[in-house]
Design a protein around this ligand. Structure first.
Ligand SMILES: [Zn+2]
Length: 407
């Protein structure tokens, strides 16, 4: 291990023997008591010295025997230490691609703020390169969202849509003006390739897309149609539920932006649960939805989609997607986050698992059957590592509450 005190967290002395790491309350920690000699020693943990050399430096500075090892393990235990050479073979491959890594450095530094173990941050970043995500819908939200995921290092972002790019699909970061008239699935793929810090080797011709492709770590539904955003059709997600593919909803309806729910099939509320819950609360809901949907196919004016709202939704949805892909459970699991113009207050509406929904999440809740086994089942759902398991590991690895700074 080549220890480095996480440079992403700014350091400051709160008093003569307490150091605070980090500024923002969400991740700031204090460490103490710490004498000034040990404090100076922290500067040597900069990723250029291995442990034997650090012990030597410690002796030169008259630090007591074993002090360096205790300090290093204490910093590691508090989640404040990274390993300049850690993260495994995939991380080594990423380090070897200097230009790629340089583009991702701010993202890597950000990951280091909340990952616990030394080497975790670059391991997570490197793992993104082997992930496959599909974005369905290439309007102002979907096209930008796909580009953001590619820019964050997700290896394969597949975009699906039909028709041709219209002038009103264009947005900064999404589809460029020169793509107007191009196929709506091809144009965003080009935009995605431009954003990717590294282009993975081209795959051969792939099999025709199937709705429930279990090879995707996540499918994001970002429909251009506002009815599909407001009242997502359970039938559309059925193959995803059946194949156990996690999926996330995002879009703009009228002047409201929506992110969520993130659906973990059989565990958190899905589009069917949402529909059943709404019908329970409002008997007129199915009648309204039927009318909205029957109007969807007709030729109609361009639907409202504020460019700043679409950009906000795309950014937030991409962040939720990344959190999940990195092994955490974001706040959109079982909830829709909504924001409306012009006041722009974000709030979440829970999407409870419903016992009448075929996805099975509601049945488990009513029987109290959610167990660790269910979470483990996720491991067999796809080729990827299990985000649920990682969530638990990450939570278990969090530094004890006593380390948390009162700031
Ligand atoms: Zn359901």
């Amino acid at each position: 291990m080549v220890p480095v005190v996480k440079p992403a967290l700014r350091r400051g002395w709160r008093d003569l023997n307490t150091v605070q790491f980090g500024m923002a309350p969400a991740h700031a920690l204090t460490l103490g008591p710490m004498d000034s000699a040990t404090g100076s020693f922290l500067d040597l943990l900069d990723g250029t010295r291995g442990l034997p050399l650090l012990r030597e430096e410690g002796r030169r500075m008259d630090l007591p025997d074993g002090h360096v090892d205790t300090l290093v393990s204490r910093l590691a235990g508090a989640g404040l230490l990274d390993d300049a050479k850690g993260g495994g073979p995939a991380a080594d491959t990423l380090r070897a691609k200097k230009e790629v890594l340089d583009r991702l450095r701010p993202d890597l530094a950000s990951l280091s703020v909340f990952t616990a173990e030394p080497g975790d941050a670059i391991a997570r970043l490197a793992a993104r390169r082997s992930l496959r995500v599909q974005v369905r819908g290439a309007g102002r939200v979907g096209a930008l969202l796909a580009s953001l995921l590619a820019a964050a290092g997700v290896g394969e972002v597949d975009v699906r849509d039909i028709g041709r790019v219209e002038r009103w699909d264009v947005s900064p970061g999404g589809l460029p003006p020169e793509s107007v008239g191009a196929r709506r699935d091809e144009a965003p793929r080009q935009a995605v390739r431009r954003c990717a810090p590294d282009r993975p080797p081209r795959r051969g011709p792939t099999a025709p897309p199937s709705d429930g492709d279990p090879g995707f770590s996540l499918v994001i539904l970002a429909p251009r149609d506002d009815v599909a955003v407001h009242a997502p059709a359970p039938a559309t997600a059925e193959p995803l539920i059946t194949s156990g593919t996690p999926h996330l909803y995002a879009g703009v309806v009228e002047a409201t932006g929506v992110v969520g729910p993130l659906v973990l099939p059989g565990e958190t509320g899905c589009a069917g649960c949402l529909h059943e819950g709404r019908t329970d609360r409002d008997p007129a809901w199915p009648r309204l939805v039927a009318q909205w949907r029957s109007g969807s196919g007709r030729s109609r004016p361009v639907r409202p989609c504020d460019v700043t709202l679409a950009t906000t939704v795309a950014g937030l949805a991409a962040a939720h997607a990344l959190a999940f892909l990195d092994g955490r459970l974001p706040a959109s699991a079982g909830a829709r986050w909504e924001v409306s113009l012009p006041a722009l207050n974000w709030h979440s509406r829970p999407v409870w698992p419903h016992p009448a929904c075929a996805c099975g999440a509601g049945e488990k809740v009513s029987k109290g059957e959610h167990t660790a086994e269910d979470a483990d089942r996720h491991e067999t759902m796809g080729e990827q590592r299990s985000p649920m398991k990682l969530c638990r590991e990450a939570e278990a690895a969090r530094p004890a509450g006593t380390w948390r700074a009162h700031v």
